[in-house]
Structures are given as structure tokens and as C-alpha cells.
Design a protein around this ligand. Structure first.
Ligand code: 4AD
Length: 475
């Protein structure tokens, strides 16, 4: 067995070293070599351990370390370095290390290691998603992903919301759109049949089951006892949309609140989004600044992402009805690809026109036609629209979908029947309207859509470690 001597040393993370700058102290760092430059007398290594975007410069005295070890210090190799921390004379960093000892944990063959010093395209990096966390861009995205998850939990906790775990395997379709992945242990080569077709009594759960598209329905049950709850879990959609904004497996944050009307719901959504944007700017400015420069297109300033985040923070979200939006989109005479008419489901081009061109700030659209929204939304007195709300963001389009819920048992049942949903599957959901029904509201925030906005990335496959999309479940 190979023993690693360095593991006996106390490791300091590079983030901590950069913060504390403990000059003239001996420290041990561990990480991966980003770059190496060899000089006659000295060699320079940039070491990164993922704790922060910055690396630590190691200045190696070529006479101290033998030739055999120096040869193995290549890009991608994993090492431990122990040495004195000194003030750096370089412009790029304040401190550097002069290692007196280096141990190699894992070598990396420079001829076959796919991540070279040159910039790689995001498309290429997607093909090697198992190595992406080693790059600056993806480690930044992943740190921000962590930060947003952390702050979302913090936000709800300090407001007195309780985190509920809703099931991943379900027998009901929350959105009623039929875009669900089936869960079965039936032998696909020998499917049991009865007079109605497939005999699901022989299946694991004794009935058809699917991966959930949303935790909302169960979230509503919990809110009917705890008042204010939220879920934060994976959701699955078998929609065949191969776009830059859709995943087959994505994460959703779904708060559900008793005694909230649509206005309260909109206020909460706006407060949540502003809160997490502020947190990212306060705590992760280094990553944001890097991503801003990386994602800037030719016509954009280097700080375009930071500017966009500030627009969200500093402006109240515009709130208009769907009907008003249709009016604006018709009046503007913009040549949209998809036609605009009352009753049409808005496309991303329409949403982005409203946000980016017309209002130049986030927009919340309310009161959609009931035909294009889910069965559970509260029906307005006009008989045509429901108390829905979609929050639209610059560069993204819809980031949140939500509504006030129909708490009236008769109206809800009638809607389930009109839409020919399998009524028997919803008995428990309908029960909440029979026993102590409360006016209530909630919404779903797509976690990866939020991350698209926060990181400035333009393809949703680049904000989740291992994306699941049609015909792609690698890694
Ligand atoms: O508008 P949606 O379908 O709403 C619901 O699922 C409700 N049950 C939520 C609720 O009221 N509790 O989805 C909510 C959000 C969207 O606004 C979008 O941000 C995200 O989930 N989303 C997706 N994100 C990535 N890939 C997909 N295929 C997505 N579909 C929806």
C-alpha cells in the first residue's frame, strides 16, 4: 500500500491562505496544477484546490527538487506542497509559496490530458463533463450553484418556512401535461397483460408510477398544516425540448403558503430573487467578475453580468396582466416568429421582448387564460382567466411559474373533470379542499434557470454538473 506522507500534515485551503496572508509561515497546500513554467533557476506553478477561483503560485528552486520529481509536475497533476509563504513580487498575487517539499498524489500525462492551457469551447467541455469541475469556469459555476442553494434555504428558514421532502416517485401528474418518465420494474421483454392492456397490479407499486414533475401537490398538503413550507428537490420532465433552457432532470424550489393571495405570492417571489442576487454579489464577487468577463460578447462590456444583476436588484419588477402583455406585443409590430393573439401560450421571444426591450426589468405576468394553465389555479370571476403568475427575467424568459390555488372543492373538481384528468388519482388532493380549506398560493423557481441568470451562462447544460437531455444521459 502506498502511504501519502503529506496526509499527516495540516492542510490549509488556498482560499484561507489568500484571506489571511500568513507571510513567513510554513504551510501545506494540496491541489491540482493549472499551469507550469520552467525557468533556468526557478520553476513556477499555479496550484488550485477549488476553494476559490484564485490559485497559489509556487516558486520552485530547481536546485532543491530533483529532476525526476520536476518532470512529473505537469498540468493536471495532483500534489501536496509544503513551504514558506512569502510576499510575492508578481503583480497577479500578494503571496506565493517557496516549497521545500512536494509530494505527488496523482500524475497526469500531459500528452493525453484533455484540458490544456488554451481556452476550450463550452461545447467541447460538455463532452468531457467528468473533467469540467477542474476548469475555472465550471468551478465558478459550481461554487455559485452551492451558494444559491445555501442562500435559498437560509432565506426560507429565517422567514419561518419549513423544508418539506416531497416524493420523487408519484402516481399523479401535477402539471397534467403527460410529460412524465415511467417508473417500473416490469420485464419489458415480457409485459404482463390483462383485458385492459398492461397489468400494473404486477408492477412494483401495483399501479402505474412516474418520476415527479413537481412537488407542489404534496407541498400544498404540508402547507395545510404548517402554513408556510418549501420543497427543493429534483424534478423530471420527458418533454422533447432540446433547447438551451430545458433539462429532462432539473431542480425546483417550490414554496407553498396558506393565507397568501396572488399579491403576497408575487411579493415573496420578488423578495427571494433579490435576496439571492444580493447574496451572490456580496459573497461571490470574484467568481461573478470572472464569469462576467468570460461570458461578455463582443459588443458587451466586461462587467455586463454584474450590470444585469444590479438591474434586477435596483428595480421593482413590473407587474401586468397577460391581457395587457398581449396588447403591448400586438401594438409593438415587432416581427415575432410565433403569432401573438389572446389565448396564445407566450414563447420565449415574446417574454424576452417584454423584459429586455419594453420594460427593461423583470416582469411578472398574471391572470393567464385558463386553457393554457394547470388545473389547480384559482379561477377568476370572468370565467376565462386564472390567478397565475409567471416571473420573466432578462436573457432567460420564464424563471418562475406559480399561482393562487383554487381552494373551492366544487370548482376544482369541475376543472379536473373538464380536463379529463384521472379523478381517482387526486382524491387526497381534493380532500384538502374538504377539510379546512385555506386560501393559499405558491410558485416554482427553476434552479438552473436561476443559475443561468446568476452566472451569465447561456446554455442550461452548463449550470448543472451532469445534464440530462433527450438522448443524453452520459456520466
Ligand atoms: O411553470 P412550471 O411548470 O410550474 C410548476 O411545475 C408548478 N407546479 C410550480 C408551482 O407552482 N409550485 O415550472 C416552474 C419552473 C419554470 O418557471 C422554470 O423555471 C422551471 O421550473 N422549468 C424548467 N427548468 C429546466 N428545464 C425544464 N424542462 C423546465 N421546466 C420548467
Amino acid at each position: 500500500m502506498r502511504t501519502f506522507l503529506a496526509l499527516k500534515m495540516k492542510r490549509t485551503k488556498i482560499k484561507e491562505l489568500i484571506q489571511k496572508q500568513p507571510a513567513n509561515e510554513t504551510q501545506t497546500v494540496m491541489g491540482w496544477i493549472k499551469t507550469k513554467r520552467e525557468g533556468k533557476k526557478y520553476s513556477f506553478i499555479e496550484l488550485n484546490d477549488g476553494s476559490t477561483i484564485s490559485g497559489l503560485q509556487l516558486v520552485l528552486d530547481n536546485t532543491i527538487l530533483g529532476e525526476d520529481i520536476r518532470k512529473k509536475l505537469t498540468t493536471g497533476a495532483c500534489i501536496s506542497a509544503t513551504g514558506n509563504i512569502v510576499a510575492s513580487s508578481g503583480k497577479e498575487q500578494n503571496i506565493e509559496m517557496q516549497p521545500s517539499h512536494i509530494e505527488i498524489f496523482g500524475e497526469s500525462d500531459p500528452d493525453t490530458f484533455p484540458l490544456q492551457k488554451k481556452a476550450h469551447s463550452l461545447e467541447f467541455l460538455r463532452e468531457i463533463a467528468h473533467l469540467r469541475p477542474k476548469t475555472k469556469t465550471f468551478s465558478s459555476v459550481l461554487r455559485l450553484r452551492h451558494a444559491m442553494a445555501y442562500q435559498i434555504h437560509h432565506f426560507f428558514h429565517q422567514k419561518g418556512f419549513y423544508y418539506i421532502h416531497t416524493p420523487i416517485i408519484t402516481g399523479s401528474d401535477c402539471e397534467g401535461a403527460g410529460e412524465m418518465f415511467q417508473v417500473t420494474t416490469l420485464n419489458l421483454n415480457n409485459i404482463p397483460k390483462n383485458e385492459h392492456g398492461i397489468d400494473f397490479s404486477a408492477d412494483f407499486f401495483g399501479k402505474p408510477t412516474h418520476l415527479t414533475v413537481s412537488g407542489q401537490l404534496q407541498g400544498e398538503l404540508a402547507a395545510m398544516g404548517l402554513s408556510e413550507i418549501y420543497t427543493f428537490g429534483p424534478t423530471f420532465r420527458a418533454e422533447n425540448s432540446n433547447t438551451a433552457r430545458h433539462l429532462a432532470e432539473f431542480w425546483m424550489i417550490e414554496p407553498e403558503m396558506a393565507f397568501y393571495d396572488l399579491n403576497d405570492n408575487m411579493n415573496l417571489a420578488e423578495e427571494l430573487l433579490k435576496n439571492v442576487v444580493q447574496f451572490a454579489l456580496n459573497e461571490y464577487l470574484e467568481d461573478l467578475t470572472y464569469l462576467s468577463a468570460q461570458t461578455a460578447e463582443e459588443h458587451q462590456p466586461k462587467d455586463h453580468l454584474l450590470q444585469k444583476l444590479h438591474v434586477v436588484l435596483e428595480n421593482p419588477f413590473e407587474r401586468i396582466t397577460y391581457t395587457q402583455a398581449i396588447q403591448i406585443l400586438t401594438d409593438c409590430k415587432h416581427p415575432f416568429e410565433y403569432p401573438v393573439f389572446w389565448g396564445a401560450d407566450l414563447q420565449s421571444e415574446h417574454e424576452r421582448y417584454l423584459v429586455e426591450k419594453h420594460f427593461q426589468r423583470p416582469v411578472i405576468l398574471t391572470d393567464y387564460p385558463k386553457e393554457i394553465k394547470a388545473f389547480y389555479m384559482k379561477q377568476n370571476d370572468d370565467g376565462k382567466t386564472v390567478r397565475a403568475m409567471d416571473v420573466l427575467f432578462p436573457g432567460i424568459g420564464e424563471i418562475i411559474g406559480g399561482s393562487q390555488r383554487e381552494e373551492n372543492y366544487t370548482k376544482l373538481l369541475q376543472r379536473i373533470r373538464e380536463l379529463e384528468l384521472p379523478e381517482a388519482n387526486y382524491w387526497w388532493y381534493l380532500d384538502t379542499r374538504r377539510f379546512g380549506a385555506a386560501p393559499h398560493s405558491g410558485f416554482g423557481l427553476g434552479f438552473e434557470r436561476l443559475l443561468l441568470f446568476i452566472t451569465g451562462m447561456t446554455n442550461i447544460r452548463d449550470v448543472i454538473p451532469f445534464p440530462r437531455t433527450p438522448k443524453n444521459a452520459e456520466f
